[in-house]
Design a protein around this ligand. Structure first.
Ligand code: AMP
Length: 143
């Protein structure tokens, strides 16, 4: 039996996402593993520090829909079925931790920019995912 059976790939929906997806598809094929696409939509309220008295529900709904549409496109392109596409709302790192446990993933794949110097201090999603995920984590170097 292969060492990886359920792989969760976190994608940020930028133009860099296909680099991460391509590797994730290759790794999942090599292991005959199930591949799950995950995107985390950050709550719009966070961007305003939550103290603007505005109803942001509609904007949040639009963001969720745009993320689901994009994930559907990736699913079709990379052969990942609808039930293996997850869009969730929250902080990317903590949502990825939560989902990897909930889904019993044995590998999480994220993109990494290979930050140096000062940028390192700012941290990265890959770093945040690594510290707190109980299964293996593969960081795909983004070119
Ligand atoms: P960053 O450190 O934010 O540049 O992101 C690096 C990697 O973290 C991306 O290539 C994704 O694998 C993952 N990531 C960042 N933001 C998200 C998000 N909102 N949802 C899912 N994965 C994300």
């Amino acid at each position: 039996m292969s060492i990886y059976q359920k792989i969760l790939v976190a994608i940020d929906l930028t133009e860099e996402a296909p680099q991460v997806l391509n590797k994730a598809v290759e790794v999942s094929k090599a292991h005959g593993a199930q591949l799950m696409l995950v995107h985390v939509v950050e709550p719009v309220g966070y961007a305003y520090g939550g103290d603007i008295p505005m109803d942001l529900t509609e904007l949040q709904d639009q963001l969720d829909k745009a993320a689901k549409d994009q994930l559907t496109k990736y699913g079709e392109q990379y052969g990942v079925s609808k039930e293996n596409q997850v869009v969730t709302v929250g902080r990317p790192e903590s949502e990825i931790h939560r989902l990897s446990k909930k889904q019993n993933a044995d590998l999480v794949i994220v993109g990494s920019h290979g930050r140096k110097g000062f940028q390192l201090l700012l941290g990265s999603t890959a770093n945040g995912v690594l510290h707190g995920t109980v299964c293996d984590v593969l960081a795909v170097r983004i070119q």
